[in-house]
Design a protein around this ligand. Sequence first.
Ligand SMILES: Cc1cc2nc3c(=O)[nH]c(=O)nc-3n(C[C@H](O)[C@H](O)[C@H](O)COP(=O)(O)OP(=O)(O)OC[C@H]3O[C@@H](n4cnc5c(N)ncnc54)[C@H](O)[C@@H]3O)c2cc1C
Length: 342
Amino acid sequence: MQIAVIGAGIAGLACARRLVDGGHEVVVFERSKTPGGRAATRRTEIGGFDHGAQYLTARDASFVDQVDAWSRDGVVEPWPVEAHSLQAMAGEPPVREPSTGRTLRWVGSPGMSAIGEKMAEGLDVRYQSPIVRIDPVDGARGTPPRWSLQRREVDSDVVAVTEGLFDAVVVAVPAESAVNLLGAEATIARPAGQAHLEPCWALLVGFAEPIAADLAKVGDAAFVNGDRLAWIAHESSKPERRAGERWTVHAQSAWSVEHLDDDPEDIKAKLLRAFHDATGTNEQPIYAAVHRWRYALARTSLSCDFLWDGERRIGACGDWCRGFRVEDAWLSGVALAAAISA
Ligand SMILES: Cc1cc2nc3c(=O)[nH]c(=O)nc-3n(C[C@H](O)[C@H](O)[C@H](O)COP(=O)(O)OP(=O)(O)OC[C@H]3O[C@@H](n4cnc5c(N)ncnc54)[C@H](O)[C@@H]3O)c2cc1C
């Protein structure tokens, strides 16, 4: 079959790879310039920041095998960090809580984006190809429809370009975006509408010298229980990273919702203040930027592996089908590919 996959995140790439291995012709359409989706690395003049997924964990045996294979290829490395737990409320001194215990955490090498880059190797991925519509094209009675896609042309006056026809379509984008694309396909759109991803503002901050933070409290990574921050990580503590003092900071979901449409400069100032409060340092950064993940973490997922309408040959996969992690995205994509091939 000729199959279109929309989205080159971990789910879409995992699905596409298995479909190609199963003998299908697959084209992946990706909105941005790079693969990996939320498993991303922002490259800056002072080094990289993993501003989306911080690390991955592997529980399911098939994903453990995949991570082992990536490890052998040098795509991921263990990050031997002990993530602390930190209580940090505005106006109160930070308090370290008992450690969350040792978990085997893996990170992409030299950044989280290495995982998507590896997965995209050998696939026909069309970057800067945001899909804005999916339309069925009915064939002979009793046969499934074929599918045409419309994509917006980036940096041009052309509003939409038609792609296709495809025998099947896989939508591998966050649930809310999937619902927009799948609106008329109720058998997929209705359940997808039950999932919900919350936003996250991220602060990427770098210093000229190691900061005089109260590192005994923060360590190299901390889950923060607070009114503003949720996570702090010392980028430079990850393996195979460029030297330098770089930190990635994630805001709490509720805070991110409240400030979703605020001016990024205000967000930067507020998150930097929260970082100073939590780490007990006052150093001024040589680099600071923010990134808004409109759809970051699936707080409500579907408890299924994927969505698939076998009669119309259209489906959806992503972390939000079964959980909220990189592992869930990968498992969802692989499971959907198996269902399509079956
Ligand atoms: C701040 C943050 C922290 C996280 N921390 C962790 C963590 O520590 N550990 C962990 O395991 N997971 C973490 N996650 C979650 C993890 O990143 C996701 O579970 C996983 O990457 C989801 O993969 P996906 O393929 O389902 O979706 P995505 O990564 O969202 O991929 C979807 C892709 O589709 C593209 N796209 C969207 N719309 C269109 C369109 N219309 N046309 C074409 N392309 C489109 C997007 O550009 C993207 O590349 C975190 C996520 C965030 C944002």
